[in-house]
Ligand binder design. Structure first.
Ligand code: S3P
Length: 429
C-alpha cells in the first residue's frame, strides 16, 4: 500500500494511543506463566503482539483477545513450567521481542521447539540471547546465531550474567529463563534499559529483587498468581504525534493515558532540550507503571547531542528525532546508537537515505547521524524498508515537506500501530 502525505497547516487535538507494545508482550507471556486467569485491559493491537499471542497458544495457553483497538484479553495461565510442547514451529513474525523473550521461556522446558520469523527477523542477531541461555544449560541450534532457533530446553541452573549489549529483550529472556532455573539468576546491566518485565513481575508478587544495576529472580519454579493488568498507552507511538505537534506551526496535541516509565521517556527530555514545550498532567501509577497525559506544542527547534545512557531510553524514537533535527537550528549529533543497525531494518541507513531524498543534510555514521539544520524538506517517494517506525517517521516528515510525500509499503505501520494514519489525519485542524 502506498500512502500519500500532504503538508499540514496546523495540527490540533487530543488522542488516546493504543496500549504499549512492550508491556503487552509481557502481559501475555507473564499471564500464560501465572496461576489463574489474567484479565488484561488495553492490550496493544500491534501485529507483533498478535505474534506473541499465537506462539503462546501453540504452547498450550488459552488466550482470547477482542478485536477492539483498546482490546481486552483473557489469558488462562498454566503456571511456571506448565506450557506444553508445540506441534509446529513458532512464528514470531517481525517481532524481536517475541523471539527473544520466548527463547528465554522455552529454555527451561524439557522439549524441543523451533522459533522462526519473517525475512527481517531471520537476519537479526540472536547470539546475544543464545549465549546466556546456553550458559544456563539449554541447547540452542542456529545457523551463525540467526533464527530459526531450535531450542532443546530442560533443567536450567542459575547464572550471574553481565549484559554485553544494552538490551531489555536479552535481560527479560534471562529473567524468564530464571523463573524455571535452580537458585537465583542475576542480570547486571551497564546502561538501564526498559524495565517493564521487572515491574510486572514485582506487581505479580513474583520473587524478583532489584539493587542498583543488578536484578535477580528466584527460580525453582516458584509460582505467582494472576492479577488484572491495565496496559499504558504506548509512548513510542505517542512520540510521532508529539513530534508532529513540535514540527507543524501553530500546533498542539495531547496524548492521554501514556506510559511514562523513566526508562522510556528519553524522547520527552530531548524534545524539551530542543525547545519544545512539553507538559505532563494527571500523573498516576497503574499496575506499577507511571502514567500521564502529555501535551506538546510547536516551537522553533534547537540542535541537540544525544548519546550514552540516553540512547536506550529512546532507542525506538531515534528515527523520529532525526527528522526533527532537520528542522533544528544547528548541528545535531546522534551517537552510541549502533543498535539501530540491527533493528527491523538498518535504521541508520534507512533514515539517511530517505532524508537525503527529501533534501536534508544528513551524514550517516557507524553509530548514528550528523544532521545540519534547518533545511526545508521536499516531498519525495520514500521507502518503508519493511520497518514500521521508518514508515511513521516519514509520514510525519511529509507533514512539513513541500508537495506530496509518497511512502511505499506503508502497511508496515501495523506492526506496532494499525490505526496510525487515521489518527494522524484526525489531528489536521
Ligand atoms: C523492546 C526492547 C528494545 C526495543 C524494542 C522493544 C522490548 O529492544 O527496541 O522495540 O519490548 O523489550 P532491545 O531490548 O533489543 O534494545
Amino acid at each position: 500500500m502506498q500512502k500519500v502525505i500532504k503538508p499540514a497547516k496546523k495540527l490540533r487535538g487530543t488522542i488516546k494511543i493504543p496500549g504499549d507494545k512492550s508491556i503487552s508482550h509481557r502481559a501475555l507471556i507473564l499471564g500464560a506463566l501465572a496461576e489463574g486467569v489474567s484479565q488484561i485491559e488495553n492490550l496493544s493491537p500491534a501485529q507483533d503482539v498478535r505474534s506473541t499471542a499465537k506462539c503462546l497458544q501453540s504452547l498450550g495457553a488459552s488466550i482470547q483477545i477482542d478485536e477492539s483497538e483498546y482490546a481486552k484479553a483473557r489469558v488462562e495461565g498454566r503456571g511456571v513450567g506448565g506450557l506444553v510442547a508445540p506441534s509446529t514451529n513458532l512464528d514470531a513474525g517481525n517481532s524481536g521481542t517475541t523471539m527473544r523473550l520466548l527463547a528465554g521461556v522455552l529454555a527451561g522446558y524439557p522439549f524441543t521447539a523451533t522459533l522462526t520469523g519473517d525475512e527481517s527477523l531471520r537476519k537479526r542477531p540472536m547470539k546475544r540471547v543464545i549465549e546466556p541461555l546456553i550458559q544456563m544449560g539449554a541447547l540452542v541450534e542456529s545457523q551463525n546465531g540467526l533464527a530459526p532457533l531450535k531450542i532443546h530446553g530442560g533443567a536450567l541452573h542459575n547464572v550471574r550474567y553481565e549484559l554485553p549489549v544494552a538490551s531489555s529483550q536479552v535481560k527479560s529472556a534471562i529473567l524468564l529463563a530464571g523463573l524455571n532455573a535452580c537458585g537465583e539468576t542475576i542480570v547486571i546491566e551497564n546502561a538501564p534499559t526498559r524495565d517493564h518485565t521487572e515491574r510486572m513481575l514485582t506487581y505479580l508478587e513474583a520473587p524478583l529483587r532489584q539493587s542498583g544495576r543488578c536484578v535477580s529472580i528466584q527460580g525453582d519454579s516458584v509460582q505467582y498468581r494472576a492479577r488484572p493488568i491495565k496496559v499504558a498507552g504506548d509512548i513510542s507511538s505517542a512520540a510521532f504525534f508529539l513530534a508532529a505537534a513540535a514540527l507543524v506551526p501553530d500546533s498542539k496535541i495531547t496524548v492521554e493515558d501514556v506510559g511514562l516509565n523513566p526508562t522510556r521517556t528519553g524522547f520527552l527530555d530531548v524534545l524539551q532540550e530542543m525547545g519544545v514545550p512539553v507538559t505532563i498532567q494527571n500523573r498516576r501509577e497503574v499496575c506499577n507503571e507511571p502514567w500521564g497525559n502529555i501535551t506538546a506544542e510547536s516551537a522553533s527547534l534547537k540542535a541537540v547531542t544525544v548519546g550514552g545512557a540516553l540512547v536506550p531510553r529512546m532507542i525506538d524514537e531515534l528515527p523520529m528525532l532525526a527528522v526533527l533535527a532537520t528542522q533544528a537550528q544547528g548541528k545535531t549529533v546522534i551517537r552510541d546508537a549502533q543498535e539501530l543497525r540491527v533493528k527491523e531494518t538498518d535504521r541508520i541507513s534507512a533514515v539517511a537515505e530517505n532524508l537525503k531524498l527529501m533534501g536534508a543534510q544528513i551524514e550517516a555514521q557507524p553509530d548514528g547521524w550528523i544532521i545540519q539544520g534547518p533545511r526545508k524538506l521536499k516531498g519525495a517517494r520514500v521507502e518503508s524498508y519493511g520497518d514500521h517506525r521508518i514508515v511513521m517517521a516519514f509520514a510525519v516528515a511529509g507533514l512539513i515537506a513541500e508537495g506530496e510525500t509518497v511512502i511505499e509499503d506503508a502497511e508496515w505501520a501495523a506492526i506496532s500501530f494499525p490505526s496510525f494514519f487515521e489518527k494522524l489525519e484526525l489531528m489536521r485542524a
